[in-house]
Design a protein around this ligand. Structure first.
Ligand code: ZN
Length: 159
């Protein structure tokens, strides 16, 4: 297979994600991200959004990051938020077995969503970033809305 680079283009996506697109002689294209390594701050090409380059030190740093589970922060934060939200539910919700079961199963759903996202990050060697923060905030808002719905349901039951 003989692949020659015909041209290179840099589509402007946004300020943070620099993408370079290679056009090959066999009419195929490949996109690469230009990433600044979190560890050595050198720029490198990557086919996914790795935050660390493949230099030995950075690779080791990546292993440490993975092993050290910096991601636990998000899991723990959500877990304690869900615990607090349950405690703060009004008494008419807490004493309603159906509503509490609904809360518990929804709690599992939110926890799974967070875990799946964290797994994606780990699998791609991607360090937590603003996007993960935003994802966390979205889930937290969903929890708030869900708790409000439970309160409404309990109030309807009372009358
Ligand atoms: Zn590096």
């Amino acid at each position: 297979m003989n692949k020659n680079i015909l041209s290179i283009s840099i589509p402007v996506i946004d300020d943070k994600t620099n993408i370079v697109r290679f056009h090959f002689s066999d009419n195929t294209e490949q996109e690469f991200f230009i990433i600044t390594c979190d560890n050595c701050h050198r720029k490198f090409f990557s086919m996914n959004k790795n935050a660390l380059c493949n230099n030995k030190d950075c690779y080791n740093a990546r292993r440490r990051e993975r092993d050290h589970s910096i991601y636990n922060f998000y899991y723990n934060k959500l877990s304690s938020y869900l615990g607090q939200a349950k405690l703060k539910l009004p008494q008419n919700v807490k004493s309603n077995i159906e509503l509490i079961e609904e809360y518990n199963s929804q709690r599992k759903f939110y926890t799974n969503q967070m875990n799946n996202r964290i797994k994606e990050y780990k699998d791609n060697n991607r360090l937590p970033d603003k996007e993960l923060d935003e994802f966390y905030n979205t889930i937290q808002n969903e929890v708030k809305n869900f708790c409000n719905k439970l309160k409404e349901k309990a109030e309807k039951n009372d009358y």
